[in-house]
Design a protein around this ligand. Sequence first.
Ligand code: SAM
Length: 201
Amino acid sequence: MRRFVVIGQRAIASSDFSMLDIAGTSGRLDVLLRCVRAGFLVSHGLRQDTVMYLVLMGGTSAPKTLRIEGASAKFIRPDERSLATLVRKVLMVQTGEKGFVPVRPGISMAVGGLDCVLADLGVATKYVLEPNGSDIRETVLDLEHPVFFLGDHLGFDKSTRATLEDHGALSLGLGPVDIHAEDAVTVVLNELDRRGGMGKR
Ligand SMILES: C[S@@+](CC[C@H](N)C(=O)[O-])C[C@H]1O[C@@H](n2cnc3c(N)ncnc32)[C@H](O)[C@@H]1O
């Protein structure tokens, strides 16, 4: 299982954004949507061994977290607009319950942020992706239960970084250049594919 956690510092936690200007009205939810495409879609298939958490920390409804599971997710399309429509429908649902509540096939939502994710992870080796971390090519990775944390266009805020450190997360680098979050997802998955195969449907 490959798990990713993308922290959207300003990504809106409600459906209150314009489909005509997703990037400009959603606190850059578009960055997270592109991570979804990179995390799940391969040529003619969907990675069923990927789980991705989108932590939405923007707007008055924040924090909320979406959990997308490749094994059961449906309607994951490659274009940002379709993904935005899907996330918008999910965010329209009101959930009063604690923890992750199923909302659509393969998509659950929790009212809460990083704390909810950390509570949900169970057995996991946590890696924080950042350019100055240990080079992934020279690191022996946990291939069974890895969880990779990524920042958005703003990187990580201090509190998130401190929480991850407190939880023993290891700093992992993908090379000297600061790349886009979705490209970081692709690079990690490629490294994992080379080391251990992948489940696809
Ligand atoms: C666009 S980058 C963030 C840039 C932001 N200006 C900053 O200072 O962090 C988005 C995320 O991708 C990941 N990332 C980007 N380049 C990376 C690299 N070379 N190695 C590891 N992670 C990287 C990090 O998790 C980063 O927070």
